[in-house]
Design a protein around this ligand. Sequence first.
Ligand code: ADP
Ligand code: MG
Length: 255
Amino acid sequence: MSVTAEARPVTAPAIVIDGVSKRYATGAVALEDVHLEVRRGEFLALVGASGCGKSTLLNLVAGLDSPTTGRVSLPGGRPTLLFQEAALLPWQTAAGNVELALRLRGVGRAERKEKAVELLDLVHLSGMGDRRPHELSGGMRQRVALARALAQEPDILLMDEPFGALDAMTRDLLHDELERIWSETGVTILFVTHNVREAARLGDRIVLLTSRPGRVAAEFPVNIDRPRRIESPPVSKLAVEVTAALRQEVARHGR
Ligand code: ADP
Ligand code: MG
């Protein structure tokens, strides 16, 4: 049996979550028997109510913690995790923050400078390299964090509600940028959010997680042409559908 070269990149898995459960030392069961595959180059949006285990799952995929049972494998390559807060080094400039990630990868000094400029251009922060985090807006700080994540040349980007703290206009711009960077780089993205519209705006597929314990409750393909607008009718229509399913789940668990 042979697999055609064209078929491979579309179907090959990047992230395989196989029967994963997580019980914390406190006794809290955050996840129970979660099965999920993310394909290479796919943009998967994971939604669920607050406290349902989204961050737990992302941390397990990032390798920051290990599952109680089941296993996570990453045939799609190396992951990098991006948090809600940019978590930049405050005493370093924007460029310095990006260069540090390059240095940790063993990139030489001269090339670091050049590459940091390129990465800051890529996230539309040209000319901002000399600024320190406190001199940047929240949206700009999150762009620096994205540039720093990309400096690690990840195959898989894990994003934990990265735009949750931003205003709607800024978030809108960052959606456009992330979509562009995703299509330019071919990186696999697992994007966690409690914002259903954001999931419909960005994802190729939306996976809904239930609460207490977290399990995969439903899955929605997003057959909407890109580039998308968050306020477009098909995005809104799908968001309404997913919200209804989410409501049902929340009601079922009495929260
Ligand atoms: P989400 O990201 O969806 O809001 P989390 O993964 O943060 O959810 O949390 C899922 C559940 O696990 C919650 O009930 C939370 O209280 C619990 N939890 C998360 N982290 C820990 C931890 N380090 N120790 C104990 N319980 C935790
Ligand atoms: Mg969380």
